[in-house]
Design a protein around this ligand. Sequence first.
Ligand code: OGA
Ligand code: NI
Length: 305
Amino acid sequence: MVVERDQDIPSSRVPIIDLSNPDQELVARAVVKASEEWGVFQLINHGITTELIQRLHDVGRRFFELSEAEKKDVAKLDDSREGYARRYTLDLEKRIGTVDQLFHNVWPPSAVNYSYWPKNPQDYREVNEEYTRQVKMLSEKIMEWLSVGLGLRREAINEVVGGEYLLNVNYYPPCPHPDVIEGLDAHTDISGLTLLLTNEIPGLQVFKDDQWIDVEYIPFAVIVNISDQILRISNGKYKSVLHKTTVDKEKTRMSWAVLVRPTNDMVVGPFTELIGDDPPKFKSMVYKDYIYRKVRNLPFVDLDS
Ligand code: OGA
Ligand code: NI
């Protein structure tokens, strides 16, 4: 059984980790190593069924294919982070393509506002609730492995960054100029951890060793990105991967990103257990202040910058 196909050869392939391996220690080590070296990996045989993923894709695609008027039922309001909105409109000069997005919280129940969940298709809610249950189990497993990899209690990372789950569905319509246009420009995710599914159109690229690397499309694989808050709590041990997306000339690309994130008032900074010999590289910050600064491109007063 292949756990890490790229084990010994330096390669430009994002690590692929098979979760069905009975040697869970080996799996845990592969997850830790990929998070230290890449900040991104692909999980196969992760336990979320193919059928559920197909249904998730189906209800998401059917929502985005509704008329603009129908989609406006769940429109994002100015001061809300949830809802449907056009993120970018094609602009050749600025080299940006059209990207539509739907955001809504999926967990915990107290953070869920169903007025932002599509009513059409009718089974949208049932399918997304089931996917949330399953993806949350997977994300908690990953956070356990990452906590143990830092020499901490299993629950340590989840207690800081696992407070809320936000779903972000991206819809990239075909673009006549894929050579000059990007989908989402280069960024690291603000969250703790991102678990991503995509449709069959490749387009995700990650930055490693001074080059952009295509993330190979593996049907039904879950792509895991380590994001900013896990970088910070691990004092830089786990990488927050820089990534971007391309668009396709003829086909619509879609992706489903589940952002695992601290609650707004959570203070996030390097675990004190990790800063003995190593000085802290990041300043502790309330999560909502971190978001405020990052979305406005304001500098951080981190101790390493
Ligand atoms: C994102 C993101 C990647 C993709 O939503 O932050 O990076 O493949 N999406 O669409
Ligand atoms: Ni991203």
